[in-house]
Design a protein around this ligand. Structure first.
Ligand SMILES: [Ca+2]
Ligand SMILES: [Ca+2]
Ligand SMILES: [Ca+2]
Ligand SMILES: [Ca+2]
Length: 488
C-alpha cells in the first residue's frame, strides 16, 4: 500500500500522504496564481484599450462638436446682428457649456470687466477690437505692452513694399544673414502667427504670460517661475502681442443695401441732402445743411480757410463731421452707416470703439492711456449696448477727435470663434480657433487653427468641477449631471 504513494527522496522513506498532497497543492496554487496573473494582465490590457478607445470616442465627439459649434457661430453671425456690421448681442446667443450630442462646447471670449482674472469669459471675439498689423504705424505698435521700438519697426518693414529699414527695423539684409536665410516679406501679413518670422520676435513678446492664449490667468501664469512661463505673479494677466493684434479687420465702405456710402466730403451734397430730408424732414435737413455750410443753407461763401464748413469741406472722419453737423446723437446714429469720408471700397484696420479694450484704444493717435481709460469708463456706465460712434464726442475733446477719428469705427465684420469642446464625461479635450468674415452677408470661414496643443483653456474652476464630477461617477450623458457640472 505504501508503494501507491511512492517515495519522497533518496532516503527510501515513504512520504507522508499529507506532504505529497501539500506539494501538489503548491503546484496547483502556482498554476492558479499564474492563470490569475495572466487573466489580470489581459484584463488590464483590455481595460487600457477600452479606456483608449473611450478616449478616442470622446475626442471624436469633441471634434464633431467643434464642427457643429462653428456652424452655430456662422448662423449666429448671419442672423443675430440687428444690422450688417453690428456685433451680435452676447445675450442673443449661447456661448457657454452648449450641449451638442454627448459633447459640450464653449466659445472662449474676452471680458475685461469680469471680476476674476482666472475665470474665462465666453462669446465671439470681435477682430475690429484689435490693432491691425497691416495698417498700424510704428508709433501705434510701440504703445502695445511688451513692444520694443526695434520690433515695432521690424513689423512695419516686414509688410511695407520697400527694402529700406526704418530706425532699428529689419529688411532683406537682416533676414539673409540668418540661418536658415530668408527674405523679408514686403507684403501684408496674412496671419498674426507670421509675427514669429519677424526679426526680433520673441515668444515672451508674442504670448506674454498667457501661454495658452485664453485671456485667463491660469495657475502656472501666476506662480513666478515655479512653472513655465516666467510670470510676475501679480494676479493680473500680462498678455502678449497676440492678444491685441489682428490681420482680419476690414469694413466694406457700403450701405446696408450694398450701395456705396455717401461721401460727406463730396462737394456735391445732393445725396446727403436727400438722405437728411428722408430721415429728418425738410426743415431739419435744411438746418443741418445750413450748419454744414451747404448751398441753400448758410450760403456758399465759406471759402477755403481752415475750420470753415464750406461745401466739400475735408472732414477727417465721420466723428469730425458729426461734431460740425449739429446732428443729435440719435440722429447721427440713424445715418452713420450710410456715410463715409473715404473713397476707398474697403476700410482696413479701423478699431471698433465699442468693443476694443483700453490697451488697444491707447495705441491710437490722439488717445493715449488717459482718453482710452475715459472711453472704456464711459462704455461701462451704459446700461444699453453701444452701437454708434456718436457718444465718443461726449468723452473726447475736439483735438482728440480730429486725431483719433480716422482710426475709429462702430462696425465690425470679422469675428473669432475660439471653440473648446469636451466629449462624454468631460474627456477628449479639443480646441479650434476660427475666424469668420461676414462682409459678403454670408459668414465665410477665413482661417481655422487647432489650438488643442496649448492645453486646458477653460480655467481652474471648471477643471476642478470636472474632477469632482468624475469622482462622483456621474454619467456625462445624464442631463441632470451635465446641468450640475456646468450649471447650464
Ligand atoms: Ca519692407
Ligand atoms: Ca492663460
Ligand atoms: Ca509661471
Ligand atoms: Ca502678471
Amino acid at each position: 500500500m505504501r508503494h501507491r504513494f511512492g517515495h519522497c527522496g533518496g532516503g527510501g522513506h515513504p512520504c507522508p500522504r499529507g506532504a505529497r498532497r501539500g506539494s501538489v497543492l503548491i503546484i496547483a496554487l502556482w498554476i492558479a496564481f499564474g492563470l490569475v496573473s495572466l487573466a489580470l494582465y489581459f484584463a488590464q490590457t483590455v481595460n487600457f484599450e477600452l479606456r483608449a478607445a473611450d478616449q478616442r470616442v470622446a475626442a471624436f465627439e469633441a471634434e464633431q462638436a467643434i464642427a457643429g459649434a462653428l456652424r452655430y457661430a456662422s448662423n449666429v453671425l448671419a442672423t443675430v446682428p440687428e444690422a450688417p456690421g453690428l456685433p451680435p448681442d452676447e445675450f442673443d446667443y449661447a456661448s457657454e457649456a452648449l450641449p451638442l450630442g454627448e459633447a459640450t462646447v464653449w466659445f472662449l471670449g474676452r471680458n475685461p470687466r469680469r471680476s476674476r482674472a482666472d475665470v474665462p469669459a465666453f462669446g465671439l471675439v470681435d477682430e475690429a477690437s484689435k490693432l491691425n498689423l497691416n495698417t498700424a504705424t510704428v508709433e501705434m505698435l510701440q504703445l502695445l505692452p511688451g513692444m520694443t521700438p526695434e520690433f515695432a519697426a521690424a513689423i512695419v518693414d516686414w509688410r511695407d513694399a520697400d527694402s529700406t529699414p526704418g530706425p532699428g527695423g529689419a529688411e532683406d539684409e537682416t533676414y539673409l544673414r540668418q540661418t536658415p536665410a530668408y527674405r523679408c516679406k514686403n507684403a501684408p501679413f496674412e496671419s498674426v502667427e507670421e509675427l514669429r518670422l519677424v526679426h526680433g520676435a520673441d515668444l515672451v513678446y508674442l504670448f506674454g504670460e498667457d501661454t495658452n492664449l485664453n485671456g485667463v490667468l491660469d495657475p502656472n501664469e501666476n506662480d513666478g517661475d515655479a512653472a513655465p512661463p516666467y510670470d510676475n505673479k501679480d494676479g493680473y494677466l500680462d498678455a502678449g502681442l497676440l492678444e491685441y493684434v489682428t490681420v482680419s479687420s476690414a469694413e466694406p465702405n457700403t450701405r446696408s443695401d450694398g450701395s456705396a456710402r455717401i461721401n460727406v466730403n463730396n462737394p456735391n451734397q445732393q445725396e446727403l441732402a436727400a438722405l437728411l430730408q428722408q430721415a429728418f424732414g425738410t426743415d431739419r435737413a435744411n438746418a443741418i445743411l445750413a450748419r454744414l455750410g451747404a448751398p441753400g443753407g448758410g450760403g456758399p461763401g465759406g471759402g477755403p480757410g481752415g475750420g470753415t464748413n464750406a461745401p466739400g469741406a475735408n472732414f477727417s472722419s465721420l466723428l469730425h463731421f458729426y461734431l460740425r453737423s449739429g446732428l443729435t446723437a440719435d440722429e447721427f446714429a440713424q445715418i452713420e452707416g450710410e456715410l463715409t469720408v473715404s473713397t476707398n471700397a474697403v476700410l482696413v484696420g479701423l478699431v471698433n470703439v465699442n468693443t476694443a479694450p483700453e490697451t488697444v484704444l491707447a495705441c491710437l493717435p490722439g488717445l493715449g492711456y488717459e482718453n482710452a481709460a475715459a472711453l472704456v469708463a464711459y462704455r461701462e456706465t451704459q446700461s444699453r449696448r453701444l452701437t454708434t460712434l456718436a457718444w465718443v464726442a461726449e468723452v473726447l475733446d475736439e483735438a482728440a477727435i480730429l486725431e483719433a477719428g480716422p482710426y475709429l469705427t462702430a462696425r465690425s465684420y470679422q469675428y473669432t470663434a475660439d471653440v473648446v469642446a469636451l466629449g462624454h464625461q468631460g474627456r477628449g479635450y479639443r480646441r479650434v480657433r476660427a475666424i469668420f468674415d461676414t462682409r459678403d452677408g454670408v459668414p465665410r470661414l477665413v482661417s481655422r487653427q487647432d489650438l488643442t496643443h496649448l492645453g486646458w483653456a477653460l480655467g481652474v474652476d471648471l477643471r476642478e468641477q470636472l474632477a469632482e464630477w468624475r469622482r462622483e461617477g456621474l454619467a456625462a450623458s445624464s442631463g441632470r449631471a451635465r446641468s450640475r457640472l456646468f450649471s447650464w
